[in-house]
Structures are given as structure tokens and as C-alpha cells.
Design a protein around this ligand. Structure first.
Ligand SMILES: Nc1ncnc2c1ncn2[C@@H]1O[C@H](COP(=O)(O)OP(=O)(O)OP(=O)(O)O)[C@@H](O)[C@H]1O
Ligand SMILES: [Mg+2]
Length: 348
């Protein structure tokens, strides 16, 4: 899951300094270790969620029931010292049930705001595609704007604000498929898989006696300070150009009906910055882009009906795009990109 070697120690080009970078790696290690006490599985999952939070993005979590999605979300929130709420989305859930509403205080004879579960730093939105479109869009507005509208008035949401949403497979009954425009709002998608036999055994042994509750291993101020460093991570122009070429390649791919959006390009670079920072570097490399690209891009790519029938998926397309797209040196003219003629054909 993780191509970038871990534990190489902080590496600085001078923008952030060795000590600052070491403190980020230390935060990563503390959080990963604390979460690993209750969540048995790939630590890369924890680090990707942490990177998404630092990049001020949101996460779509996919996986069959019982894969510890709730356990994981709760543990990450607690380890980071954030408050945590879980919202179960149902067909009768109204926007006000998640955002909040004004209620009459009998004693004071005035209306006061009762904040909904959206006002938490980490929100697990379970089975979002079971709720009607209105409620989904209230959640998506909150994710994008980091504020929510209650009775025409906007209210700022907490900082940090991370939504982890789970989605049911669309084949199920009573499920409203999320439109592409909404899927695009998620910085990354993580597909949780069954644990390995060794991990499943370790889980049994871990839970033979209930593990102690997850403790906060970071303070909010530290988390916000580190999130503030993401913008300082340097990305060379040739790496930015590589990101653009990757995204364009998804749009031009023969098996794709709808490729990744410019929002995806921004997300790709932002996620690569956050990922690099968590590895203790103050610059993002093409390898950082390659590492995060599947998580940022796969869910935003819609394959053609024919390709879908043949069993193609976004994952296959991104794999293909990553294999075919080279990193070109700075100054290389974009018009000479190998994909240009295909685009011209489509336009004509
Ligand atoms: N990888 C794992 N590590 C630790 N515990 C696990 C793991 N997988 C499953 N479990 C255990 O399985 C149980 C179910 O986990 P949890 O409720 O977090 O799953 P979920 O994915 O949220 O399920 P659902 O889809 O039904 O909401 C918990 O007791 C949890 O501890
Ligand atoms: Mg759950």
C-alpha cells in the first residue's frame, strides 16, 4: 500500500528545518501506535487518513460491514484529541437532523440553537447513500464550505473538521447512488479489505480482554500547527506538471467516460504535500504523487459502460495511467505530451 520508504528520517530542503520535520514524524508515530492498539491492520490506512485531515480533505471509506470502520474512525479521533460523532444516515434523515435546529427555551422564552452532530471535529457519516439527496447535500455543503446553514444563517464548523463517510454498494435496496459531483468532494477514497489471517488472529488475541480506551496522544494546537505546514511543503514545477499530466491522462483514457476534475488535480498535489510532510520531508516528489494518486483519483474516474461490462474499474485505469505517464524535466513543452493527439481527435 505504501511505496514510499518509511523511517528514513526527516529530510529538508531548508523550508521547514530538521526539528520541525522530526516533530511531524513523531506525531505520526504516536498516533499510529495508539490507533494500532485497537485497530489491527495496515498502518498506511491510518497515515492516509491523517494526511487527508492535514490536507483539509475528507475521506470516503468503503468496505463490507464489520471491517472496523467505526472502530478506526473513533480511534483516530480520540488519538488526535478531537471530539467524535457518528451519524447513521437513513431514508428519513432530514438536513436539520445533522446540522441542528433552533428550539424554544421555555424558561428564557427565546429560541436557541441546538447544534447537530455535524459540529464535531471528526464525523463518521455512516451509509451516506441511504439518505435522501437533500440531506446528502447538507453534508456535502458542510464538507466543502466548512460551514453549515441553519434557518438561513451560516455557522462555522470546528477546526479541524474531518468527515469520514461510508457508502453501501449501489446494488443494495433503498440506496441512493451518490452523483459524481458529490463523489468528487472526497479528497480520498479508501477501500478497506479483509485482514490477513495473521492480523485476524492478532485481533482475536488483542480483544481477548478489552483493550484500554484510546488516549489522546496529541493536542489540538499541535495538530493545527502541523496542518499549517502542509502549504509550506515545496513542489517543483516539473512535479506539478506531472500531476497535471496524470489527471489529463485519466480524461483521455480510452476506457473512461468521465475523467478526474481540476478539483482532483488540486487534491492530488495537496494530498502529496501532506503525505510528504508525514514522511518527514518538506518537498513532495513524483513518488509521493504516485503513492497517493490511486486514493485521490480512482473514485473520480467513471469508466465507459462497455469497459464496465468487461470488468474495468477506476483502479485499473489509474494503474494504467501511472504506468504510462512519465515525469518530464522542467521546460519540456506541454504540447509534446504523448496524449495530445488523442485529445485533438476527441475535439474534432
Ligand atoms: N481490523 C480490525 N481490528 C480490530 N478490530 C476489528 C477489526 N476488524 C473488525 N474488528 C472488530 O469487529 C467489530 C466490528 O467493528 P466495527 O463496528 O468497527 O465495524 P464497522 O466496519 O463499523 O461495521 P459496520 O459496517 O457494521 O458499521 C468490533 O468489535 C471490532 O473491534
Ligand atoms: Mg460501523
Amino acid at each position: 500500500m505504501n511505496d514510499t520508504p518509511l523511517g528514513n528520517g526527516p529530510r529538508s530542503t531548508g523550508a521547514l528545518g530538521h526539528e520541525t520535520l522530526a516533530s511531524v514524524v513523531d506525531l505520526r508515530e504516536r498516533v499510529t501506535a495508539e490507533v494500532a492498539r485497537v485497530y489491527i491492520g495496515d498502518v498506511a490506512v491510518v497515515q492516509l487518513i491523517l494526511a487527508a485531515l492535514l490536507a483539509r480533505g475528507h475521506v470516503l471509506l468503503e468496505g463490507v460491514p464489520g471491517l472496523a470502520k467505526t472502530t478506526l474512525a473513533n480511534a483516530i479521533a480520540r488519538a488526535l484529541g478531537c471530539d467524535f460523532r457518528r451519524i447513521q444516515f437513513t431514508p428519513d434523515l432530514l438536513p436539520a437532523d445533522i446540522t441542528g435546529t433552533y428550539v424554544l427555551n421555555q424558561r428564557k422564552q427565546e429560541f436557541e440553537l441546538r447544534r447537530g452532530p455535524l459540529f464535531a471535529q471528526v464525523v463518521l457519516a455512516d451509509e451516506i447513500n441511504r439518505a435522501p439527496a437533500k440531506t446528502q447535500s447538507a453534508l456535502l455543503e458542510a464538507m466543502q464550505e466548512r460551514q453549515t446553514t441553519i434557518e438561513g444563517e451560516s455557522h462555522r464548523l470546528p477546526d479541524p473538521f474531518l468527515v469520514l463517510a461510508t457508502q453501501n454498494p449501489v446494488e443494495q435496496e433503498g440506496v441512493y447512488a451518490l452523483p459524481e459531483a458529490q463523489i468528487d468532494r472526497f479528497l480520498i477514497r479508501l477501500r478497506l479489505d479483509y485482514p490477513s489471517p495473521a492480523d485476524e488472529l492478532r485481533m482475536l488475541m488483542t480483544y481477548a480482554t478489552p483493550p484500554a480506551p484510546v488516549q489522546a496522544v496529541s493536542e489540538l494546537a499541535e495538530l493545527l500547527r502541523v496542518a499549517g505546514l502542509v502549504d509550506e511543503v515545496h513542489v517543483e514545477e516539473r512535479v506539478l506538471a506531472f500531476a497535471v499530466r496524470l489527471v489529463i491522462a485519466t480524461r483521455e483514457h480510452g476506457r473512461v467516460a468521465l475523467g478526474a476534475s481540476p478539483r482532483a488535480t488540486l487534491g492530488l498535489v495537496r494530498m502529496a504535500r501532506a503525505w510528504a510532510l508525514l514522511q518527514g520531508r518538506d518537498y513532495a516528489s513524483p513518488d509521493d504523487l504516485r503513492t497517493v494518486a490511486p486514493y485521490v483519483l480512482e473514485h473520480r474516474v467513471m469508466v465507459t459502460t462497455d469497459a464496465a461490462i468487461e470488468g474495468s474499474s477506476g483502479a485499473e485505469v489509474i494503474d494504467d495511467v501511472l504506468r504510462r505517464t512519465p515525469v518530464l524535466e522542467a521546460g519540456h513543452a506541454e504540447r509534446s505530451a504523448p496524449n495530445a493527439p488523442i485529445w485533438a481527435e476527441r475535439q474534432g
